[in-house]
Design a protein around this ligand. Sequence first.
Ligand code: HEM
Length: 498
Amino acid sequence: MLTVILLVILSPLIGWVIYWYYKVHYFEKYLHKIPGPKRLPLTGNALDIPSTLTMLPVLMDYYKQFRTNFKIYIGAQPYLFLTEPKDLEFVMIRRLYWRNPIYTSSSQRWLGFGLLTSGGNQWRKHRKIITPAFHFQILEEFIEVFNSQADVLVKKLKEESKKGTIDIYPFIARCTLDIICETAMGTSVNAQDDYDSEYVKCVNILLEIAMLRSFSPILRSVLYPFTSMCRRENSALKVVHDYTKSVIASRKQQFLSDADRNVESSDSLGRKRRRAFLDVLLEYSKTDPSFTEDHIREEVDTFMFEGHDTTATSITFALQAIARHPEIQKKVYEELQTVFADDPNRKATYRDLQEMKYLEMVIKESLRIYTTVPLLGRRIEKDVEWNGMTLPKGLMITMFVYCAQNSDSTFKDPAVFDPGRFNAENSKGRHPYAYVPFSAGARNCIGQKFAMFEMKATMSSILRNLELLPPVPDHKIALKNDGVLKSDNGVLIRLKMR
Ligand code: HEM
């Protein structure tokens, strides 16, 4: 009897050990020439990366050890980390060979098969449908949204300026959430006024879980559905999906009733309603029934995922960099005084935003040092020849963009914040894939122009009204990778009314 019990207990373990042995053995036939840190049996390097907080320092230490591309194992699964610009280019331009399940099944459960997580024909078709939604004429209309939400933000920050040192991230995150809700769905969650928004909390839970799962063999195993994390994820998913579905339903209702009456969409005050991304998708779905409501939901969720946290992080880190560099802040402010010389209090226009050249260089430098999306994941779908060797099907590739952008092999003194790197002269001769905060190639960020305008509009509003100062006492940011770069201990800043 005891033997039977032991067999029942031990068989899965033995099965797993055999599976692990053969899988590692299989991949090593191809990957043995690629350097990698020492690893343990069964867990590989998983224990080196216990949290999202330690991830970037550990991975950067590996890079310092090998000074080139390297591999790690999470359990039996190998990950090839690409750090060289020419190798990032290799992956980014070969979209046909790669799928894009970045944060494994968690983001798939949330985003389904939206642009970010789909591949092949569906991705191609949807990218074609969605591209017109980012036409500059539509973006131009969104500037009104950026300005009005930035006004609310500035008002809040003016109140905060009396309090001394504050963590600026939550204020920015609520503002970018309001912006993306209004531009993607044509609605507002009023996050800037409703601090305890359930939706915001759940979005953050989903982002964190997706990242934790991607580097944990246990959380990616069949045991996951039995964990408390899975239950937490399920509840958050329900809140987020229900919200998007309800917005789509009411927008569709409005859209259909306007179409029936053959009138242009207008709001309760009779003003022409601004088109949201969702409207472009609803309009398209009228002509193509294969583009279903689920597809629309997935794309809208993708915008919410990609278009809120990314910009919040990018604006926050850029502001704290400006606060720490008074000479840079002075130059930004002088540029703003020139752009708004006719009327310092008027709203920014499309043209003004294009004229903010120095602010753009500051943002670019911030996106380099504080790489918003530090790691980009791909899975190889079929064997690929690369650098004289074969990369086997099933290998995970991680494009280590953070490393490429913070490496001294391309950027002299990479830790120094120097917007001058991005003037025309200094940009000459740099490998085009050494700086890719929005990725590149066919799967690049569809929202990058939107993001640049949003960042310039909100940052210029803040800087025209408030001077940014470093925190007292000083505070060292603890960077963590929640899929999007974050600070584990806040981003502290002081604000002074101009
Ligand atoms: C500073 C802000 C932003 C940064 C740094 C950023 C960065 C990126 C990166 C690196 C990718 C490639 C991901 C991959 O290949 O795995 C990406 C894709 C994407 N981004 Fe952004 N993003 C930003 C803002 C936005 C905004 C505002 C939107 C929408 C309004 C957006 C929508 C998307 C979408 C839909 C994709 C998937 C594109 C595809 O695969 O065809 N992003 N973004």
